[in-house]
Ligand binder design. Structure first.
Ligand code: BYC
Length: 314
């Protein structure tokens, strides 16, 4: 299909399916984004896993375990969606994709390179990180690639539970002792700016946006989604009795949006270069798990191959 015909096709809100003819740059853009998204889900399990053994009650432990397990499921749907774009020559098979994350070649969301220092951070992750993720992923439900868009539908439903789980942790802390409320405020201070940077660079510095918008992969810009997130989240912070750590945050009557301060983009660039507080630790953990659990994968493959041979003999 010529590129113009393909553009007309996606712009008329048609879905592209795995075996359809598609321009190579569309395929490449999707492999990049879907695989980064899958890595984010998988690496994103680590900061929360840090608190499973220290969750303050059995109920909290069960909810956190269920949430983290959901993230593993999200990673699986997304690796499966990314794999449908493998054309045999573009390195989009599951092992190559995963190895790109393990070697540090592929990106995953910057937010997961920050540590979880207190139980309140688990609340902040659910409220802010899952909250930001939902804002972005609801938009992605309408993306033009069928397998990615369908994966998003289920993921968004589960993320809503995650967001509430986090907010409820913070509500409990904010209704608790002075020290508990301080923990909640400190968590908001730590996670506010990194959560805003999850939406990516400002539109003027976003090299992929134009193409992504044309192909209807992205349907709203990084800045528009970030603004919407701020607009809905400020009143949630007010309800908790917490202060958003931005001196320049102010409702703008004319724009009908909040104005906000400059984001720490230098920090964002450092995190993307691998120099965030936890980048090295995250990759070490994933590589160690890969090494130590390889026998499980090998045993499963050997078993599947044996079953295959047996079924041919029978
Ligand atoms: N972190 O041109 P741009 C979750 C990169 S997990 C790192 O605007 P694009 C959860 C970007 O990749 C859900 N890198 O890019 C899990 C690009 O680099 P390359 C996470 C970032 O793609 C566990 C460059 O910067 N959500 O919810 O048009 C527990 C220029 O950016 C980031 C997703 O993964 C970043 N924050 O737009 C709890 C959403 N931002 O690739 C929760 C899927 C930008 O050219 N992804 N970069 O080398 C997207 O929607 C889009 O890729 C983005 C960026 C909006 C993130």
């Amino acid at each position: 299909m010529e590129n113009n015909k393909f553009l007309d096709y996606v712009q008329a809100e048609n879905k592209v399916e795995p075996k359809d003819v598609m321009p190579e740059d569309y395929r490449k853009l999707l492999v990049r984004q879907i695989s980064q998204h899958a890595h984010s889900e998988i690496v994103g399990m680590l900061p929360e896993a840090n608190w499973i053994s220290r969750a303050p009650s059995l109920r909290r432990k069960m909810a956190l375990l269920a949430k983290i397990q959901d993230e593993a499921g999200h990673g699986l749907y997304l690796y499966a969606a990314s794999e449908t774009l493998n054309n045999g020559a573009n390195g989009a098979d599951r092992d190559s994709t995963y190895n790109d994350m393990l070697s540090g070649k592929a990106k995953y969301s910057s937010i997961f390179n920050y540590p979880t220092l207190s139980w309140a951070d688990i609340g902040a992750i659910g409220w802010l990180v899952d909250g930001a993720a939902i804002m972005n992923q609801v938009m992605l439900m309408g993306n033009s690639y069928g397998p990615y868009s369908r994966a998003m539908v289920r993921i968004c439903k589960e993320e809503s539970f995650h967001q509430r789980q986090g907010y409820e942790i913070l509500m409990t802390l904010c209704k608790g002792t002075k020290e508990q409320k301080e923990l909640a405020q400190e968590a908001l201070n730590r996670f506010w700016w990194p959560a805003l940077m999850m939406f990516g660079p400002n539109d003027s510095d976003s090299p992929n946006s134009q193409k992504s918008m044309n192909y209807k992969v992205k349907r709203e810009s990084n800045d528009d989604l970030r603004q919407r997130f701020i607009d809905v989240t400020v009143s949630q912070a007010d309800f908790l009795g917490l202060k958003v750590p931005d001196e320049n945050l102010k409702w703008n009557e004319e724009r009908q949006h909040y104005d906000f301060g400059a984001l720490p983009w230098d920090e964002f660039m450092e995190v993307l270069k691998g120099n965030g507080p936890c980048n090295k630790k995250r990759l070490e953990t994933k590589n160690k798990a890969q090494r130590e659990n390889l026998w499980v994968k090998e045993a499963a493959i050997a078993f599947a191959e044996k079953q295959n041979v047996m079924s041919k003999i029978a």
